[in-house]
Ligand binder design. Sequence first.
Ligand code: NAP
Length: 312
Amino acid sequence: MIYDLIIAGAGPAGLAAGIYAGRYMLKTLIIEKAQDGGQISQTAEIENYPGLRTDMEESGLTLTERMTEQVKRFGAERALDEIISFELEGEIKKLTGLSGKVYEARTVILAMGAHYRSIGCKNEDKFRGMGISFCATCDANFFRGLDVYVAGGGDSAIEEAIYLTKFARKVTVIHRRDELRAAKSIQEKAFANDKLHFIWDSVVDEALGEDVLNGLVIRNVRTGELTTIKADPNDGMIGLFGFLGMIPNTDRLEGSGIELMNGYIRADESTRTNIAGVFAAGDIRTKELRQVVTAVSDGATAAYQAEKYLAG
Ligand code: NAP
């Protein structure tokens, strides 16, 4: 079977592309390796996507479920598989799955998204979701009145650290250099906030605790000195949030001929890549604002472009 369109990835970008491809009556296959939704499948609350319901708490999962249902109504086929190699340069594109299956189509939309960079400390996996988080909006409430630490020094780290001060007793940013990467306007707000503190030239070396996170070992990257921070005995626990940037899921595209920039697929608002018939939608492409609303916009555009390409 040669499809008109294969969409790799069923996050918001891929699902929106599926809806639009259905409207264009394209014979479409959407391939996803895990559950639909991508990054938002981990998001407890979504509040900045237009038109969300206010009579129920909207999580990333509930929003995704409705998108998935909508895609079904438009008739796209689905496959549960992880694409491990992409042959994109011919007229017929060939995608090989971990299952061994080869999927073929005339056009491809790459919508595999991006993931958070891990903190890289000892015991990170042990405490993920048990004291270590990558989403302040999702988890800030669990750390109400406690001491919270934030790893990173970019816009996300500092904006989220400011947000966390509304919940935590004290928020301490741990940054590997002695100046922040975040925009000056964000820095100004941060330095004026009494609840925000900084540990410079340092990274988190180890997360400590039995069942809950109750301490950190911090390493000074200049001197190598290790310092242990313990939770206030009355609290018994602390929180650690990681905002160290995103990593685009493009490693499987190596050797495919797709042009990357800083790891992201080089594509503008048209979503066209350097290869004819191949489009990039959502967080995986070069862009300034990575949000659900911009991902679904890309998905619609990419499906439109695929249809235009197929129509010659
Ligand atoms: P980012 O700008 O790439 O910042 C990542 C931060 O993590 C940097 O401070 C970096 O340190 C640090 N870091 C990276 N790897 C590390 C490691 N292995 N160990 C310790 N620290 C590490 O990422 P981001 O803050 O998520 O922002 C991503 C993009 O979204 C940026 O273009 C940003 O401007 C944009 N954004 C904009 C807004 C806004 O305008 N309101 C809000 C959020 C994000 P170094 O500084 O030393 O490299």
